[in-house]
Design a binder for this molecule. Structure first.
Ligand code: TRP
Length: 340
């Protein structure tokens, strides 16, 4: 465990909700790949946001499965439990303990201005949206500030939540004395935007228009390849990067460049003079390889649930070493008294 003990390296922290059977390419390239990279030079804390997933009342058996599948996929993606603390949010009670203090520091109107809450509650219907959905970003602020991270790798859609965390850190420090660092978002621009294959002006997301619009990391490779081949493309036949007039082909070029870790220009040059079909077939092969090996690695973790539990338990223990003293300090600073 030597490599997981505290060090002077900067910290990174992030969480992902276990809300699907499989993560998709957008999750992977938008966030998870950055988690994996940051491990090289950061002390990393990564967790499955199972409490956040409760905000929409998932079926218990479904949630249980998805938590394990999420952990297995993060490991398959390269989160290394020897170097990073990988844990379930619910195994570290300090998250909810700190969240309460932050609930009491957040204005009703301030929470109501969160665009994700507005979108989600509008979809659910005002009466159906839970209070948990309302306070979701406040729990997220607790998730973050407990670990004093320098970097929080997240997708663009989390920018406002990050801003709330920064505001709460500042507010707490102002009222109770210097305690929290204001964390920086770590949002990878450009290549990180993976678009919906059927509706290329939208980003790839679980709430996508059609199931064919997203490639799941646990898709069968043949099915994944087929989704790429049947992606919507644009009128004309020239392979050119122009998201305005050619959103379809531009999305495919950018996905290709992202997988190959090269520039879009290099991919455009590679396919110069060729037709859409050539690009699609080549990209379909890349994607099939990617999900094929990813699926195998994920299944090998799922085949050993005891080991998976051990990894999560170790991660939670490491997280609590950091989070425990922070909550004790906060409770003290706000004027709570120690229990006997
Ligand atoms: N809200 C994040 C998302 O949906 C998940 C999340 C919860 C998170 N807590 C976090 C991300 C803390 C970063 C840090 O993507």
């Amino acid at each position: 465990m030597h490599s997981m003990s505290s060090s002077s390296r900067p910290r990174s922290l992030s969480g992902i909700q276990p809300t699907a059977e499989s993560f998709h390419l957008g999750n992977y390239f938008g966030a998870i790949r950055q988690w994996v990279r940051l491990q090289d030079d950061h002390d990393a804390f990564y967790f499955i946001a199972d409490l956040h997933a409760l905000t929409v009342q998932p079926e218990p058996a479904t949630l249980r499965t998805r938590i394990h599948r999420s952990a297995a996929q993060l490991l398959a993606a390269g989160v290394d439990p020897e170097r990073s603390a990988l844990f379930c949010q619910s195994h570290v009670p300090e998250h909810t303990q700190l969240a309460w203090v932050f609930n009491c520091l957040t204005g009703f109107g301030e929470a109501g201005r969160m665009t994700q809450f507005k979108d989600k509650s509008a979809k659910a219907g005002a009466d159906k949206a839970s209070v948990g959905l309302f306070t979701y970003p406040i729990l997220q602020a607790a998730d973050i500030l407990l670990y004093d991270p320098h970097h929080v790798p997240v997708g663009e859609d989390q920018r406002q939540h990050l801003e709330l965390s920064r505001n709460l850190a500042q507010r707490f420090n102002h009222h109770y004395g210097e305690t929290f660092r204001q964390p920086e978002a770590y949002i990878l621009e450009g290549t990180a935007k993976i678009v919906d294959l059927q509706e290329p002006t939208a980003k790839m997301s679980k709430s996508a228009s059609a199931p064919n619009g997203i490639v799941d990391l646990l898709d069968d490779p043949k099915r994944a390849a087929k989704k790429i081949r049947s992606a919507v493309t644009d009128s004309g036949d020239e392979i050119r990067y122009d998201p305005e007039t050619k959103p379809g082909i531009s999305g495919l070029l950018s996905l290709y460049a992202t997988i190959e870790q090269t520039s879009v220009d290099a991919v455009v040059a590679q396919f110069e003079g060729q037709q859409y079909g050539h690009l699609k077939v080549a990209l379909a092969d890349l994607v099939a390889d990617l999900v094929g090996s990813f699926g195998e690695r994920t299944r090998s973790y799922l085949d050993d649930p005891a080991e998976l539990d051990r990894i999560l338990a170790r991660g939670a223990a490491r997280a609590r070493e950091v989070a425990g003293p922070v909550v004790a300090d906060v409770y003290d600073k706000v004027g709570l008294v120690r229990g006997a």
